[in-house]
Design a protein around this ligand. Structure first.
Ligand code: PAF
Length: 294
């Protein structure tokens, strides 16, 4: 597996792959866990299926422009050697770990792409992490430019980000396929996240209510009932949102919207101490959802 850290190494790689398409990209900020490893295996399989010469390319870059809280950026784990081992074991062929200057040659404040509707005035991550998606949109177009992928895999756990990637690629005419990666869960249903490591034992036990909330919503007949069921299951936790939205646009729906009327998504975010945990699932749950086994 090749590890690219310098501008010269990257230029060499880019001239070898030539113009688009390169491989299948998994953009990450490192501190990789089982969930990322699943995305890397999926990307490698996707590259084989597409018959691409380059296979799975992982970027590891802690993006300073997307952190709305400085302490979150400062404490974000930086463990490139461990990450590279995990990438190799999961089947990546290239890891690009660029410097800030390689990603942002014109500086951190250089303007990025305009924001697609899916991250504007939705009262979701866009509201609770002001400025976050400006930074994500900025870094995605840069990472796409560095890695030149044919497709990119985005974890469904960050559903609004996944929809942003789709909308951005369409808006900018990039011709990159955006592939969803299913959420990987612990035995009690908690979605894998690099931030789970910050939870105390007690917070970790309490966090299991989040996947259970998505499960409890599945019995509801209307979106309003689903939201009430989620809030009941999450009682005692600091809820930021627990809501049902149009799956692709994340627009709000009427409380009386019936299950199955159109593709809908239940989304939950809670704060446990300084750690925010996000989760979401199709509403109602798909017949093969692992959440049904909780
Ligand atoms: O989901 C993440 O880890 C980041 O937001 C991403 C997509 C790598 C952009 O920095």
């Amino acid at each position: 597996m090749r590890i690219i850290r310098s501008a010269a190494e990257l230029a060499g790689y880019q001239s070898e792959i030539g113009e688009f398409p390169g491989g299948v990209l998994v953009p990450t900020m490192g501190a990789l866990h089982t969930g990322h490893e699943a995305l890397i295996r999926q990307a490698a399989a996707e590259a084989r299926q597409r018959g691409l010469a380059a296979s799975c390319v992982v970027t590891v870059f802690v993006n300073p422009t997307q952190f709305d809280e400085k302490h979150d950026f400062d404490r974000y784990p930086r463990v490139l050697d461990e990450d590279a081992d995990k990438c190799e074991a999961a089947g990546a062929s290239v890891v690009i770990a660029p410097s800030v200057e390689m990603v942002y040659p014109d500086g951190l404040d250089a303007p990025g792409p305009s924001l697609p509707d899916v991250v504007v005035d939705k009262g979701l991550e866009d509201q609770y992490r002001p400025g976050h998606f400006v930074g994500v949109a900025k870094v995605l177009v840069r990472l796409f430019d560095l890695a030149r992928p044919a497709a990119a895999v985005f974890g469904e756990k960050d559903w609004q980000q996944f929809q942003l990637a789709r909308a951005l690629v369409a808006q900018e005419g990039l011709g990159i396929g955006i592939v969803p990666g299913p959420t990987v869960r612990d035995a009690d249903g908690l979605a894998m996240s690099s931030r789970n490591r910050f939870l105390s034992g007690e917070q970790r036990r309490a966090a299991a209510a989040i996947p259970r909330a998505l499960r409890s919503a599945s019995h509801a007949k209307t979106a309003g009932e689903a939201e009430a069921a989620m809030r009941e299951t999450l009682a005692g936790l600091d809820i930021e949102y627990a809501t049902v939205r149009r799956a692709e646009t994340l627009e709000r729906v009427e409380a009386g919207t019936r299950a199955g009327a159109e593709p809908l998504r239940a989304l939950v975010t809670c704060r446990l101490g300084q750690t925010r945990l996000l989760d979401n699932a199709a509403w109602p749950l798909a017949a093969d959802s692992p959440l049904l086994d909780l």
